[in-house]
Ligand binder design. Structure first.
Ligand SMILES: Nc1ncnc2c1ncn2[C@@H]1O[C@H](COP(=O)(O)OP(=O)(O)OP(=O)(O)O)[C@@H](O)[C@H]1O
Length: 283
């Protein structure tokens, strides 16, 4: 469990990025920080592995105040995935994945063998092991970035817009893969995005932030969708535009198909299981 207790961050130039932020991030769950640009998401994330130190309050991981821990050792036990995978260009895939275990003293052969296994975990062919990062697609690089973050078997995984730089189809694949991985591994994941749909897909707990790291609402996707706490949240999730209220509609001429339409009457899909819907049971 990660606990923020009255955490603030004022940068040297006087910017107040986070102000008195208090929140519990439960173990083995995915918490997603979502908010507009400059709302303090990355600052919050980077305070967990002490890339940024708070100017007020404290952060505990499993009851331990991280201010008392050596930052380098702390970082080695926390996985970190960035938008531009951040791979070392002159090292092969397998050596990139093995970086942290090697720093922790795991013998090379053992670290490489474990790294090859991790390729499978993140859905990559073992044949990619000896390639260099620039010989991989953007999506493959992100998968290697996830494998590298998992290599030291950390309990906590920090992910800062990890899928922001890939095209929408690959992004959707990576999101599904992360959900699958999380079902298998049960890490404590902290994920930053500005995409509310990505937040709803991945999160057990969604934290919607306003400027200054001010919490507009914390809840499950269902709680936030059904009861936006304030106008800011309603507008952020698109509820005020009618995008989030869906209705079933039968239109003449469509036969047995049931359409799903939004609050403005725009068709968004067909009801799964209605006879002519894609993937419907053909019987
Ligand atoms: N090193 C720094 N020095 C001064 N101000 C900073 C520094 N890093 C971040 N900030 C400021 O702190 C605020 C929060 O920044 P942060 O990067 O945490 O926001 P964010 O929500 O992650 O934004 P984005 O979605 O654009 O990445 C912003 O106003 C930013 O300009």
């Amino acid at each position: 469990m990660i606990e923020f207790q009255g955490v603030s961050k004022v940068f040297d130039d006087g910017t107040r990025a986070v102000d008195d932020f208090t929140l519990v991030l439960p173990s083995h769950k995915t918490t997603v920080f979502v908010g507009s640009s400059g709302s303090g998401k990355t600052t919050l994330l980077r305070m967990i592995n002490r890339m940024v130190d708070p100017t007020g309050g404290r952060i505990l991981i499993d009851g331990e105040d991280i201010a008392r821990l050596d930052p380098v050792r702390l970082r080695r036990r926390i996985g970190y995935v960035l938008q531009a995978a951040g791979l070392l260009p002159h090292r092969t895939v397998v050596d990139n994945i093995a970086t942290v275990p090697r720093l922790n003293g795991v013998p090379r052969a053992q670290a490489r063998a474990a790294a090859r296994e991790l390729l499978g975990t993140v859905g990559l062919e073992e044949s990619l092991a000896m390639r260099y990062p620039n010989q991989l697609s953007g999506g493959q690089q992100q998968r290697v970035g996830v494998a590298r973050a998992l290599a030291a078997d950390p309990n906590v995984l920090l992910m800062d817009e990890p899928f922001g730089a890939v095209d929408p189809i690959v992004r959707a694949e990576l999101q599904q893969e992360l959900n699958r991985l999380q079902r298998e591994l049960g890490k404590t994941i902290v994920f930053v995005t500005h995409d509310i749909d990505e937040a709803f897909l991945l999160a057990d707990q969604v934290v919607i932030l306003k400027t200054g790291g001010v919490v507009a609402q914390v809840g499950t996707p269902g709680q936030i969708l059904s009861e936006p706490a304030e106008d800011f949240v309603a507008s952020f999730i698109g509820a005020d535009a009618g995008k989030r209220q869906l209705y079933l509609q039968h239109r003449q001429g469509d036969g047995d198909v049931t359409l799903v339409v939004d609050g403005d009457g725009r068709p968004t899909g067909v009801l799964a299981g209605s006879p002519a819907a894609p993937g419907a049971d053909p019987r």
